[in-house]
Design a protein around this ligand. Structure first.
Ligand code: ZN
Length: 438
């Protein structure tokens, strides 16, 4: 038993480390997607207009420059909560491409505003500045054959460089939109960043924003109109601790946590059997001093996700109940010393929701996919668009073009397979929504 576990555990670890899913949060809507004929016609008419045709040609011609920007951005490290250097350079790049009103807000987001001729509505188009990689990660881009390798080369340096291409196209060709466009590099999209950039934006300026597009990742055919919500907690049981023999009978936080996990899983596993897809995971546990000490502290990190805000709230409640029940029981078992306490710290809160497929904003984007000969694709994911989707503001996340893989790993790669088409598609989606000025 001892022997087999020793072999098994490293093997299991290798398997777990070795497979990094390319789009871990994503799930495709398999059903046939309906696109109304009127939007197909509208988009076709727009795309065939002289101005947009000129823009398509321009984007194609600047392809190499877009890739060079992607490389330059990748090579400026932007670890979680340390996006400042990249943000400053990104603000400069926006200005170099012709935006005058560029600022960095209190949260660290870069915002470049381009007023529309009518200016009654405002659409935000964004990409995220942060990466998942810690400080001192080597972010130098390596070109092997025709593929670019570097942590963050796609996620989201591709999105950031696509935005610059859009700005350059609008400015150089002097294309005026009817609505205002805010170009944004956001902070804190990944992990514990917990969407802090877009949360700040919608808290402070939400009433001015009518639509939101995030460009994230590469796959150009995808449209994320559904937000996968999540709650994340770090739960810590605390007690006085003591000698395992000498202080025996003192309340034990590890035992309490074991109970909490059992009660949580017993009820949660029943709960997720029906209703909207919901998941739960205790990803890390820790604490304790030594095998012969009653721990003074044990902790666990929990991630729960659901398509439905209601179900997310409910599974959250199941977790809270399990912890309280475990705490009460553990304290009733102890024969000496003070009670255990528990600290439930929310470390992540991403709202869920959905923008229906028949909303004009989504219909136009689907029509653009059709125009490019793609099979329209609607997906659910956890992205910057979560916040505005949950508020009911027409929002989506789209890919920036090219082909990519191994995101969130040191082997992340991007290959320029018709990458410019991703830019063209983003451009038409943007213009279809904002409208060309007459
Ligand atoms: Zn991303």
């Amino acid at each position: 038993m001892k022997f087999s576990l020793r072999i098994l555990i490293p093997v299991l670890m290798l398997i777990v480390i070795g497979c990094t899913p390319q789009t871990p949060n994503e799930e495709n809507d398999e059903s046939e997607i309906f696109v109304e004929e009127s939007y197909v016609n509208e988009v076709e008419e727009l795309a065939e207009s002289a101005k947009i045709k000129e823009a398509m040609e321009f984007i194609r011609n600047m392809d190499e420059e877009t890739v060079q920007n992607q490389i330059a951005i990748t090579e400026i490290p932007a670890p979680p909560f340390q996006e400042e250097v990249r943000a400053e350079r990104y603000a400069e790049m926006m200005q170099e491409y012709g935006l005058d009103q560029v600022e960095i807000d209190e949260e660290g987001n870069v915002i470049g505003k381009r007023p529309g001729t009518e200016g009654e509505q405002t659409i935000v188009i964004s990409a995220h500045l942060d990466t998942v990689f810690p400080e001192r990660t080597n972010v130098e881009v390596e070109v092997r054959n025709d593929t670019l390798f570097a942590p963050g080369i796609t996620d989201d340096a591709r999105g950031l460089s696509v935005l610059l291409a859009l700005i350059n196209t609008l400015e150089t060709l002097d294309i005026q939109s009817a609505d205002n466009i805010w170009f944004m590099g956001t902070v804190g999209e990944e992990g514990l960043g917990d969407l802090r950039g877009v949360k700040h934006l919608f808290e402070t300026e939400g009433d001015k924003i009518d639509a939101f597009i995030s460009i994230d990742g590469s796959r150009a055919s995808r449209i994320v109109n559904k937000a996968l919500g999540s709650h994340r907690y770090r739960v810590t049981f605390e007690g006085p601790g003591g000698h395992s023999w000498g202080a025996f009978g003192t309340a034990n936080p590890a035992h309490a946590m074991g109970r909490a996990i059992t009660y949580f899983e017993d009820n949660a596993s029943q709960f997720v059997k029906t209703g909207p897809k919901t998941s739960y995971n205790i990803g890390r546990i820790g604490g304790g001093t030594s095998v012969n000490s009653i721990p003074f502290e044990n902790w666990m990190e929990i991630d729960m996700r659901s398509e439905s805000p209601d179900a997310l709230q409910q599974i959250d409640g199941i977790m809270q109940d399990a912890i309280q029940k475990a705490l009460i029981e553990a304290n009733s078992i102890k024969t000496q010393g003070p009670d255990l306490t528990v600290d439930i710290d929310m470390i992540g809160n991403r709202p869920s929701g959905e923008i229906p497929a028949d909303v004009p904003f989504v219909q136009r984007a689907l029509a653009v996919s059709k125009y490019f000969g793609q099979v329209p694709e609607l997906t659910r994911s956890s992205t910057d668009a979560n916040v505005s989707i949950s508020m009911g503001i027409p929002s989506m996340t789209i890919g920036g073009g090219g082909n990519s893989g191994s995101s969130h790993s040191l082997d992340e790669w991007w290959y320029n397979e018709d990458g410019y088409k991703g830019v063209q598609r983003a451009f038409i989606i943007l213009m279809a929504e904002t409208g060309l000025a007459e």
